[in-house]
Write a protein that binds this ligand. Structure first.
Ligand SMILES: Cc1cc2nc3c(=O)[nH]c(=O)nc-3n(C[C@H](O)[C@H](O)[C@H](O)COP(=O)(O)OP(=O)(O)OC[C@H]3O[C@@H](n4cnc5c(N)ncnc54)[C@H](O)[C@@H]3O)c2cc1C
Length: 449
């Protein structure tokens, strides 16, 4: 039966769920305060189309499972990214992940791969299935995860037990930080990410913006209405109020907003201590006169995880932060992790300049941005506008026991109000939120929607 559904937020999560619900016959309207896409935003810089936000497409099996639910072929033409997860410039030396044959760390990398291998066939299930012990598939996948993680509760604990060389340990631990969590807090699964991603790191042939185009096209073909520049200012039950004073009532509302933002719309008291937020970031996007002589991806982990941790918990800028550098043709992006304080950091800010100097020194690329034809900087204040109030990219940090796929997340708030998206599904990146969309779609179907 066709029923009116309102989705708050037209980021990847909101648009992905909209297409799935419309595919099942519902009349879906998506409301976004700005333009659709959320953190995935396409800009024009020096005449080039530049995608800001996510840049690495991982765990394509989750995307394929999403497509199967729509009976759609894959329009993305995913291309492997040269160098996979990139060169990690640890204090113990550079480590390419995956570590190629012939590299002195290769035998250790192989040992690490073997430790994670039993989980690989089940990862898609873990990311897309509600955690229920009565489901045999979930039971099998959960058992594989528990076997691989052993008695360890955190990524750091699991890595320490593997006794890998410090350079490899440092590079692997960085992947918990990458998801916004510290290795001492993140569940062991985060330490396994480089093994499970393996060499399967890709990007759509036409850039990450193609994902947004695909989701909009799927929705359009199924009658989804996307109302851009339509901020929702209040939510009473299933009735929403828009900034222009208009109201709309839907039988079902699904929020694809940060949970704190949703709570505020419902008139609830919102608390989110800085110490418990995932990280925010500064993204510097540039178009250069010629391609930079750099690998596709370089990662500069913080030198000292503990110092990074202390600073981020206090809301202070860390002395040397987790930095990702992506070079693609004449485009260059430098992403700096920051505490989620909503700060308006500009390119000229002394801390941003110091981090850029660290990048230049580490990558032996002096004057990297000096001749840039155009640059733009997106800072925590930007991410705070449409997301978590402090700009936390993945919402509040969950404790280790709740952070993994074994724990049910608060998808259903009331019979007519559900939630999905980055701040709800642990992990926060595209695979996590597309997995969360499939879980919510299934739970809604089971609840009669
Ligand atoms: C710099 C950066 C790099 C990243 N790199 C990667 C990567 O390499 N790989 C990866 O998988 N992930 C990456 N991510 C994470 C990924 O981009 C996000 O997980 C994803 O884009 C979040 O989608 P979402 O729909 O959950 O939330 P959002 O994109 O935050 O969407 C929420 C939407 O809600 C709207 N909204 C807010 N308030 C209201 C309101 N009151 N009324 C109506 N609408 C409202 C906003 O305008 C926004 O469009 C990265 C993120 C950033 C910022």
């Amino acid at each position: 039966m066709t029923r009116p559904v309102g989705i708050l937020g037209g980021g990847i999560a909101g648009l992905a769920l909209a297409a799935r619900l419309a595919h099942r016959g519902h009349a879906v309207t998506v409301y976004d305060r700005d333009q659709a896409g959320g953190k995935l935003r396409r800009l024009t810089l020096a005449g080039e189309s530049v995608d800001t936000g996510p840049s690495l497409f991982t765990f394509p099996q989750v995307w394929r499972a999403y497509l199967r639910g729509l009976n759609e072929p894959d329009p993305l033409h995913l291309r492997p990214l040269p160098g996979g997860l990139g060169v990690h410039h640890t204090p113990h030396g550079p480590v390419p992940l995956p570590v190629p044959p012939g590299h002195p760390l290769h035998p250790h990398w192989q040992r690490y791969l073997r430790a994670a291998a039993p989980l690989a066939p089940f990862l898609g299930v873990l990311l897309t299935t509600p955690p229920r012990l009565r489901d045999p598939l979930f039971r099998q996948a959960a058992a594989a995860l528990l076997r691989v993680q052993g008695p360890h509760l955190t990524a750091q604990g699991w890595l320490a037990a593997q006794r890998l060389p410090p350079a490899l340990t440092h590079a692997l631990a960085t992947h918990a930080l990458n998801a916004g969590l510290l290795p001492g807090v993140a569940p062991p699964l985060y330490a396994l990410i480089p093994a499970l991603v393996g060499a399967d790191v890709s990007r759509p042939a036409d850039g990450m913006g193609a994902l947004l185009d695909a989701l909009l096209t799927f929705g359009q073909a199924r009658g989804v209405q996307v109302r851009e520049h339509a901020p929702v200012t209040r939510l009473d039950g299933q009735t929403l109020t828009l900034a222009d004073g208009g109201t709309a009532r839907h039988d079902l509302i699904v929020s694809a907003l940060d949970p704190h933002r949703l709570a505020a719309l419902r008139g609830r008291l919102v608390t989110s201590p800085v110490a418990r937020r995932t990280v925010s970031g500064v993204g510097v996007y540039a178009v250069l006169p010629r391609p930079a002589p750099l690998p596709a991806t370089s990662v500069l982990p913080p030198t000292d995880f503990a110092a990074f941790h202390v600073h981020v918990r206090r809301g202070a800028l860390p002395p040397d932060t987790l930095t990702l550098v992506h070079a693609h043709g004449r485009q260059l992006s430098v992403l700096l992790a920051t505490p989620a304080t909503g700060e308006a950091l500009t390119l000229g800010h002394p801390w941003v300049q110091a981090q850029l100097r660290r990048v230049e020194a580490t990558l032996h690329a002096p004057g990297l941005l000096r001749d840039a034809l155009a640059t733009t900087t997106l800072a925590p204040d930007h991410y705070a506008q449409g997301g978590h109030p402090g700009g936390a990219l993945y919402g509040p940090g969950l404790p280790a026991w709740r952070g993994g796929p074994l724990h049910p997340q608060p998808y259903r708030l009331t019979g007519g109000l559900w939630q999905v998206g980055t701040g709800v599904h642990p992990g926060g990146g595209i695979p996590a939120l597309l997995g969360g969309v499939q879980i919510v779609d299934r739970l809604l179907r089971e609840a009669g929607w």
